[in-house]
Design a protein around this ligand. Sequence first.
Ligand code: 2BA
Length: 108
Amino acid sequence: MKLVIAIIQDEDTANLVSMLTEEGFRVTKLASTGGFLKSGNTTLLIGVDDDKVEALVKVIEKVCRPREVTTSVAPMPLVEEAYMPYPYNIKIGGATIFVLDVDRYERI
Ligand code: 2BA
């Protein structure tokens, strides 16, 4: 069994969770915050049999799309506690996916 951790944009969450549930996947949704933009995103925990991982990734690919956002916070502080103030565009991926081995899974 695998645990798939998928970090997705909030805008895609409702559609993806609905589609995954319809397709028979069990999903836990966590509210999360990206370290770089410091804005909300969604982390999904999905436990799946090994042979279902590719099907799961395909569903995520189908629903989640990359978007560009404009941010005014530069990635590097210029001096301590000071950030470059001008706006610039960042492309946020449709999803960031980690696939982990699961040693043990029980539903009691
Ligand atoms: P954030 O950390 O808020 O990052 C949002 C977007 O900002 C990233 O999109 C990327 O395009 C850009 N970005 C992030 N760090 C950067 C840096 N040091 N320099 C320049 N640009 C940077 P994605 O890569 O699609 O990531 C979307 C969200 O997925 C991230 O939100 C974070 O919450 C999560 N994530 C991505 N890679 C991760 C990783 N290796 N480990 C844990 N979480 C990750």
